[in-house]
Design a protein around this ligand. Sequence first.
Ligand SMILES: Nc1ncnc2c1ncn2[C@@H]1O[C@H](COP(=O)(O)OP(=O)(O)OP(=O)(O)O)[C@@H](O)[C@H]1O
Ligand SMILES: [Mg+2]
Length: 291
Amino acid sequence: MYNIELRNISKCYKNGVVALDNISFNVKNGVFGLLGHNGAGKTTLLKALVTVLKPDSGSIKVCGYDLKSQGDEVRKRIGYLPQELSMYPSLSVFDFVNYMAQIKGVYDKNQVNIALQQVEMLEFSKRKIGQLSGGMKRRVGIAQALVGNPEILVLDEPTSGLDPEERVRFRGILSRFAKDDKTIILSTHIIEDVYQVCEELAVLRKGRLFYAGASADLINHVEGKIKVIKIDNENQLFDIQKQAVVISTTYASKGLTVRIVDKNMNFPGAESVSATLEDAYVYCMGGKNDA
Ligand SMILES: Nc1ncnc2c1ncn2[C@@H]1O[C@H](COP(=O)(O)OP(=O)(O)OP(=O)(O)O)[C@@H](O)[C@H]1O
Ligand SMILES: [Mg+2]
């Protein structure tokens, strides 16, 4: 059984924007990545999953419970970090997480301490939110999602703006949490965030589902077709763009290095290199990653 089942989810906002167009996929235990450019519909989808927003159509099951008829059962099992979490700057770390815990119906202060411990913020529990660094605030945000030990953790852009050290710490938090058969769904537009952690992922593109399945299978789309070509000037780049999907260009003192997906084998003599998840992702998103 899958932990999350989404079927034919659509959402059109009042202004006419179709944020989600008939999205269906399943999520099993472990860490699941939801990828897409800005405006792809990630936040809308996660809001629907945590019952903050009602889709126009479709159905969602979480741990076997139907979201529409058994919303309370679903909410009990989910911890949620919104993309923009309002925090009260004058509250202490402990008081804020405790407040969020009580909203969820968790009145055990020990649970608050456990969550703070999990994100390595226990030693700062008396510090005021307004006096934390951005990375520390994010950890507090994750702590309020973890409180009460939910079965499912929904994190909307948990790593945006984090420095490399915080990213490593974040991966540690995730892998510790994921150990006990839990499910984590996290959104990001940064493919590096899901490299090491997500066994499965979904890619949204302008409200549509572009891919859902194993990360490794996404790479298969481009394996054997990634090539690196050295050229002298940009005119040659335009020629390449007509015949292949350009993943990236690197400028050096003498000319450029172009990394391409040679879909139609137009460059048989070019140097072949092994594909990365980023190659596959940029290819899925339609080419050069300028984000
Ligand atoms: N409350 C709203 N009313 C109208 N349109 C909205 C609303 N919220 C989002 N949208 C639109 O819906 C689309 C999807 O937005 P959403 O926030 O789900 O994207 P996202 O993938 O989370 O983007 P980002 O990476 O920037 O967070 C966008 O075109 C956005 O402008
Ligand atoms: Mg978003």
